[in-house]
Each structure stands twice: as C-alpha cells, then as structure tokens.
Ligand binder design. Structure first.
Ligand SMILES: Nc1ncnc2c1ncn2[C@@H]1O[C@H](COP(=O)(O)OP(=O)(O)OP(=O)(O)O)[C@@H](O)[C@H]1O
Length: 695
C-alpha cells in the first residue's frame, strides 16, 4: 500500500458521519443502535492482510516484505554519572537540609537489526526454549521493562506455540507471586535487577524450571549465585545463551493457530486488583487489522516509531505489532533517557532516534507540553509573545481553513519540532483521557495528535481517529474490528435517549474482545453478556459526526452530599491545564459538597507564581508550604476549572500540594501512569482532611 502524506495541519478534512448503524437491527430499549465504521460493514476486518491469523504469521509476513530494512534498534548504556547536591526540605513543618543525588545516563548510538535477522533470532530463541525443556502450551512469563529482547522473547515463544504471561517490571513481590502462581509459568524472562524479587517468589511458583535474564543489562553475579544456591534444580541462563542454545539445537517451528492463547495480560489495576485477560492470536491480529484499516495508509517503511511505554500494557503490545506489520522501524527508548535532561555526553532517545510517530499516555503529553511552555516562558518577552501569538493565529487559520500556518511552522515552531528530532508527523495519545488543551497544543506546536481508546479486555481496540478526522472534541470512531453501543446508566442520568447526543455506558463487541477473564468466573459474569458484549465501565456519548466521546468512568463517578455526581476524570483533565499542575488526583468525599485536589506541582510554574507574588526563595518544598503561594495555587486551579466550564459543585474547595513525585515505583501511579487513587488517598489522608477543613 502506498503511504499517504499526513496533512501536518491538524484539521478534519473528511466529511462525517464516520460511523453508521449496523443494518438489520431491532431497536432495544435503553440502548443506542450498534454502530461501526463503514469499512467494517458487512464484516469486521479481522486480518491485517489475507492469511495473517497469528502473531507469528504477522512477523513472518513482514520479514518476507521488508527483508533487509531496519526493524528495530536499541542503545547500550555506556556509563552512569552521579551528581549530588544539598537541598532544603520541609519535614513535619521543619526546614532541614538533605542530600539528593541525580543519576545521568550516557548512552551509545542506536544499533539496528533487520527484519530478516530478527526472524533468525526469534526462531533460535524458540528452539532454545525447547532445548531447556519447554513444550507447546507451556507458559513463558515476561517480567521486564520494554526492550528489543522482551518482544523477541515473546515471538520466540510464539514460534513454538508457547503463550507468554506479562508482568510490569514495577510489580513488587506480591504481584509477581500472584500472577506466576496463577498462570503456572514454566520459564521466566526478566531484567537482571529483578532477580532478587524473583528469588523469594520461586518458593511458591514451583512450576518454574528456567530463568532467563536479559543480557542487554549488567547482572549482579551475587544475585545469580543466590538464586542458584536456593534452587539448584532451576536452569539459569541469559538471553544470549538461550539464543545460542537454539542456534546449536535447531527444531522445526510449532506454529500456533488463531484460537491459541498468545498472551495472558493483566489490567493495569487502576481500579482494584488486576484481572488476567487471556488474549488469543486471533485477537492480536484483529487488533492490528482494525487499527491498520484507519492509519496504515499514513505510516509505513521509512517511519520511525519510538517505543518506550510498558510492553506489559496492551497499548504498547498492539502498537509494536502494528508497526512491524507496517514495515516501520522501532527505536527502543526508556522513560529515563527519553529527553536530553537526564543523559550526559549524548542525546536523549527522542533526539537520537528522531521518531516520525510517537505514542504516549496523557501523563507523557502533559510533561512534553509543560516542558515546552517552561522553555518558551524562560525566553525573552519577544519570544514569548511570538510563540503564543503564533499558536493562537495557527488555530484561527485552521478553524477558518485559511493558508499560512506553514509559515508559522517554519519560523516559530521549528525549534520545538527540532527538540523532538524534527521528523514528527503524527502523535497518538491513548490509555486515558488527555485534556483538549493539551491535544490542541501538541497538535499546533509539533504535529497532529490523534486519540485512541481501548482496554486490555478489548485488545486495545475501541476507537481511533483517522488523521483526516482530527478533532479535539472526540476520540474517533470504533476501529474496523469492533462495534459499539451505548447502554443506559440511569443512576447518573446517562440515557440513550439523551439530547442532543445519546449517552450511556460503552459496550464493545468483536473479534478483539475477550470471552472470559482468566480463571475468574465472577468478573466474567459481571462484565460479559451471553451474546458477547463487554461492558467497559466507561461512559460515552455519540457526537454528530458519529464519533465517540468519553464522559467518564462508572467507577470514578462520585455522588456527593447534595446527590449530584462528580466525574473525577473529567475534572482532572480540566484542572490539569493549570500551569502549576504536573500531576493531579481529584478526590470527592461523599460526605462533602465539593471536591478537593491533590497535586504534584510543576516546579517552574510554582517558582514563577511565587516570584509574581513577591515570595522569595528557590526551594520548591519551602515555596509550596508558603501560605500565600498555596492560596495562589488554589486560585489558579479554581480559575482553570471555571475557564473549563465546570459548575459550582465541581470547583475544588481545597488543594493539597505534595512534595513527592508519583511513580510506578512508589505505587502512586500504575505502570501505565494511571492514578492509583486508593494509594494516593491513603498516603495524603491527613492533608486531605486538612484541605476539607475537617482535620
Ligand atoms: N483515549 C481514552 N480516553 C479516555 N479514557 C481512556 C482512553 N483510553 C483508555 N482509557 C481508559 O483506560 C481504561 C482501560 O485501561 P486498562 O485496560 O489499561 O486497564 P485499567 O483500567 O488501567 O485497569 P483496571 O481495570 O485494573 O483498573 C478504559 O476503560 C478507559 O477508562
């Protein structure tokens, strides 16, 4: 398929409606008619290309088509640099000096592997797994950060019909134990620094016979020895040794079929204990097919896709498979080394790899946006004026379909585009709600940002914008392998009959949708209907273009004191636009009339705010404890809420400004950067009571 250029100007050029009612339906009370995109009528598109029914076939088809082209590249760690500095911190109201150290990474340039050589590697890995005693159907656990060896291990396993089980590398011992015992994995591939976490778990995960550590990283030999001593019967080797074993002991491929299990993946756990989702080969290829029908015409050989989100999350897993199918080049990066800020003597991954397509979860885009704003604001008043003037002019030109935005791109936005490598053509935000302002900002300043929506249970399918249908008002139409309807949620007043737009819980059905949870009959019964509909728990609306729009999640609707519902995620996406916010969790106590916000502050914005208030000092921790600054932060948030159209009961009553960052490591966000609401609330319980004035 010839690659179409993407219009670099974000704008809806295609004419809606983009979805249609599936013909021949009998109306059901309390539900909207079922809708699909026209391409999915009369049949869903289930194969990305005729004959591709499994992940292995997808990879081998790409190898035949793209042969010696670069498939993927990685960087090696050359050395780390440590910087130490004394900083002031307020602990229990007292100012103390503490030592803080920063680590900077020095990375090598990217080294690439071709499609053809990759196939050789994965077949050898598959043979290696056979040599260490695994058979068709045996499960291979993957407990590691995203890397080339992660996906190669998954494909090696697929070449012998062995399903993988994924676990986030940020998972602690308890989470790992749970998934390893439940799935009875026989082998585990992991990053070497996680060996100590594994060692204790092996006492109960007794099915494990082989441990493979990722040789892209340094190992601590003591960790290996400890494991060997504790479990002499377990075979421990590294990725390279496994590949070599396979090279020396080749075996035939044992090809999986479409309905075989490809993977057991756990939901990210933002709303409770993660649930296991069995994903078949059919679902993965149908997901690639569904997304390809919308965006493949724009992405292909020559495109570079930076890959750094966790592969244990369905979004990244499907995205990487799609990229392989499209003949693109994957550049593996790490959240720690993406930007130039945390590396030494080299470029960050973005500027080194120069991606043309970038996918991120909303938290990533917020950081990118705030980084750009901080840089612009640090410039002279002329630079600032030019930037903001150009941004609003570009929006106006686009809205009225007038030419001229190309000049603005060439003159004003060039530097910003260069900071992302200068090749960017398309951004995708998915995995959670991104604010309209951020979507527009990135779309104007860098390149069009489209939105994807999906869940682990639906193999990341749900909806996806075509770049031709760009808008900041919706999340696009269903992809070509899924259909959607909205079902009444009377408690909160969402009805299919609502005017002007029908509203309700989004239900999805199609070949990418799970049939059942892994060994969890109760959750299965609650979430999946007899005729195959999956109840997403997300509240949506059909807009006039036939696009979906997410209004909230059922689990994040809170009924407050006066009986009205507050939609936490909607509020967060609006308050997040306040410059002082780096991250935010809105909390609404059912015993109170209004919500409060807990925020991680954006340092440059807080400093700027303090300066305008005449508050002296350079230490963030001291500034956020200053009463004047605190009050100004609250006011800024309330103003953002009003500007975003929130009603009186949605305007926050208080704010908790915290000192810590929220990371998957401290368990305040999940590995997919979603808020762990319970964890956050537990940690800041006292401060929240204070913000409500009930302490
Ligand atoms: N573009 C989007 N806009 C708004 N919300 C989105 C978008 N994409 C995904 N989501 C949210 O993410 C959810 C799916 O997330 P995922 O499958 O990663 O599990 P989780 O919800 O994080 O985990 P758990 O179910 O364990 O809490 C969707 O139900 C939806 O609420």
């Amino acid at each position: 398929m010839a690659k179409q250029p993407i219009q670099l100007i974000p704008r809806m050029t295609a004419k809606g409606p983009f979805t249609v009612e599936v013909p021949g339906q009998t109306p059901v009370e309390g539900e909207t008619p079922v809708r699909r995109i026209p391409k999915a009528i009369p049949e869903f598109i289930t194969e990305p290309e005729a004959g591709i029914t499994t992940v292995l076939e997808l990879v081998q088809n790409a190898v035949r088509k793209y042969g010696n082209a670069k498939l993927m590249g990685s960087r090696k760690l050359v050395r780390t640099h440590q910087d130490k500095k004394m900083i002031k911190k307020v602990v229990d109201g007292e100012e103390v000096e503490v030592e803080k150290s920063w680590t900077f990474f020095e990375m090598s340039p990217y080294e690439y592997i071709s499609y053809t050589d990759y196939e050789t590697v994965i077949l050898q890995l598959g043979a290696g797994l056979r040599k260490v005693g695994l058979e068709k159907g045996d499960r291979v656990h993957i407990f590691a950060a995203t890397s080339q060896n992660w996906i190669a291990t998954a494909h090696g396993a697929a070449s012998q019909s062995m399903p993988i089980v994924t676990a986030y590398d940020t998972l602690g011992e308890e989470g790992l134990r749970y998934s390893m015992v439940a799935t009875k994995a026989k082998a585990i591939f992991l990053d070497p620094h996680l060996l100590p976490t594994l060692t204790n778990v092996l006492a109960v995960a007794t099915a494990v016979t082989t441990v493979i550590w990722n040789s892209q990283h340094q190992v601590n030999q003591e960790h290996v020895d400890k494991l060997k001593t504790a479990y002499p019967h377990i075979n421990i080797l590294n990725f390279d040794e496994l590949r070599k074993l396979g090279e020396e002991n080749p075996v035939d491929i044992v090809a999986p079929v479409a309905d075989d299990l490809c993977c057991i993946m756990y939901t990210s756990g933002s709303t409770g204990t993660p649930k296991g989702v069995p994903i078949t080969h059919r679902s993965v290829v149908a997901a690639v097919a569904g997304a390809s029908a919308i965006v493949q015409q724009f992405i292909g050989p020559g495109d570079g896709l930076l890959t750094y989100l966790p592969l244990a999350h369905i979004l990244e897993f499907v995205f990487e498979h799609a990229a392989i199918h499209w003949g693109a080049t994957l550049g593996y990066g790490n959240p720690k080394t993406l930007s130039d800020a945390s590396v030494r003597n080299c470029n960050g991954d973005i500027r080194e790899f120069k991606p043309s397509v970038l996918i991120g979860v909303p938290a990533v885009w917020e950081t990118v946006k705030k980084g750009i704003i901080a840089k612009v604001n640090a410039g002279s008043p002329v630079v600032r004026g030019l930037f903001w003037g150009a941004l609003s002019l570009k929006e106006k030109l686009m809205a009225s379909h007038l030419p001229g935005s190309g000049v603005l791109d060439a003159v004003v936005f060039k530097k910003i585009k260069e900071a992302t490598g200068g090749r960017m053509r398309l951004c995708l935000s998915a995995g959670g709600p991104v604010s309209k302002e951020t979507q527009k900002f990135i779309s104007m300043a860098i390149c069009p940002m489209i939105i994807g929506y999906g869940l682990t249970e639906t193999t990341a399918m749900g909806s996806l914008h075509s770049p031709l249908e760009w808008t900041a008002e919706s999340i696009g139409g269903p992809t070509a392998s899924v259909e959607a309807k909205l079902v009444d949620f009377p408690d909160a007043g969402y009805f299919a009959t609502n005017k002007p737009n029908p509203q309700g819980e989004i239900w999805l059905r199609g070949p990418t949708v799970l049939k059942e949870y892994y060994e969890n009959a109760e959750e299965t019964a609650a979430a999946i209907t007899a005729d195959g509909w999956f109840k997403t728990g997300d509240i949506g609306e059909w807009d006039k273009n036939g696009h979906l729009k997410i209004i909230d999640r059922k689990k994040n609707l809170v009924k407050t004191l006066n009986g009205e519902y507050i939609a936490l995620e909607k509020l967060e996406s609006i308050y997040r636009s306040a410059p002082v916010v780096a991250n935010i969790c809105v909390y609404a106590d059912a015993q109170q009339a209004k919500p409060v916000a807990i925020i991680v502050p954006a340092e440059p914005a807080v400093k700027k705010l303090a300066a305008t208030l005449g508050v002296e000092g350079d230490d963030l921790s001291a500034l956020i404890h200053n009463k004047t600054v605190h009050l100004a932060i609250l006011k800024e948030l309330q103003a953002a809420g009003r500007a975003g159209g929130l009603s009186g009961i949605e305007i926050i009553d208080g704010v908790v400004v915290v000192d810590d960052e929220w990371t998957p490591q401290n368990n305040l966000v999940t590995a997919a950067q979603k808020l762990n609401r319970r964890g956050i609330l537990e940690k800041y319980k006292k401060d929240v009571a204070h913000a409500y004035g009930t302490a």
